[in-house]
Design a protein around this ligand. Structure first.
Ligand code: FES
Length: 210
């Protein structure tokens, strides 16, 4: 059963969207609030908003192992380019055994991202950067920056860990994997966020929790 039964608002968001945003503003001030300055800081020259509420993003400057953040709707969106080591880490049986929903059984992503890498193409990950616990913005753990850093995300508010595919570890406060937005590849280095060619009927309001 969905955590929130409140019907989507006219713009397609659920009550939890507002809860998350409110928590961010109230609980993460100075660290991760979705305030106007914070959202302005997400303005990325690689991202071009379109009139249909989709966002085109140029990936050509993203190097392997790097993560960039753009803004789509009112959400930070993480885009990571994965190395072969990151992809191997996602598939390790010992790692998979630590995850709460390793197979993405809970609807936190479109159908074309319901796979082991939770993305349209394995070499790129696209995730909504809002923790499914109380809505803080996790930080990227750049591969090699620390012995345990494998390109996942860490939420500084209450310590939830997510792997590079946004899958939450067991016993973390966050109950669900990070949401995956609808994504379409326009070319090898350009994506559109907000529409899924592989799951055209998908809507963010379908997601269990954001
Ligand atoms: S808000 Fe992320 S762990 Fe609590």
């Amino acid at each position: 059963m969905a955590q929130s039964e409140t019907p989507p608002s006219p713009d397609g968001t659920k009550r939890r969207d507002l809860l998350a945003t409110g928590t961010l503003v109230l609980g993460c001030a100075g660290a991760c609030a979705l305030s106007v300055p914070f959202l302005n800081s997400l303005k990325n020259p690689a991202a071009t908003p379109l009139s249909d509420n989709t966002l085109e993003v140029d990936l050509s400057t993203l190097t392997p192992g790097q993560n960039m953040t753009v803004q789509w709707r009112d959400w930070p969106i993480f885009i990571q380019r994965r190395t072969s080591q990151m992809l191997a880490a996602l598939q390790g049986p010992a790692h998979i055994a630590t995850l709460r929903d390793a197979d993405s059984k809970i609807l936190q992503q479109p159908k074309d991202a319901t796979n082991w890498h939770r993305s349209v193409r394995p070499e790129y990950g696209v995730l909504v950067g809002i923790c499914t616990h109380l809505g803080c913005v996790p930080t990227f753990e750049k591969p090699g920056s620390a012995p345990e850093a494998k390109g996942g995300y860490f939420c500084p508010c209450h310590g939830s860990h997510f792997d590079a595919a946004g899958r939450v570890v067991q016993r973390a406060p966050a109950p669900y994997n990070l949401p995956v937005p609808p994504v379409t590849f326009l070319s090898d280095t350009k994506i559109r966020i907000g529409h899924s060619a592989g799951d055209p009927g998908f809507s963010m309001s379908d997601i269990q929790q954001i």
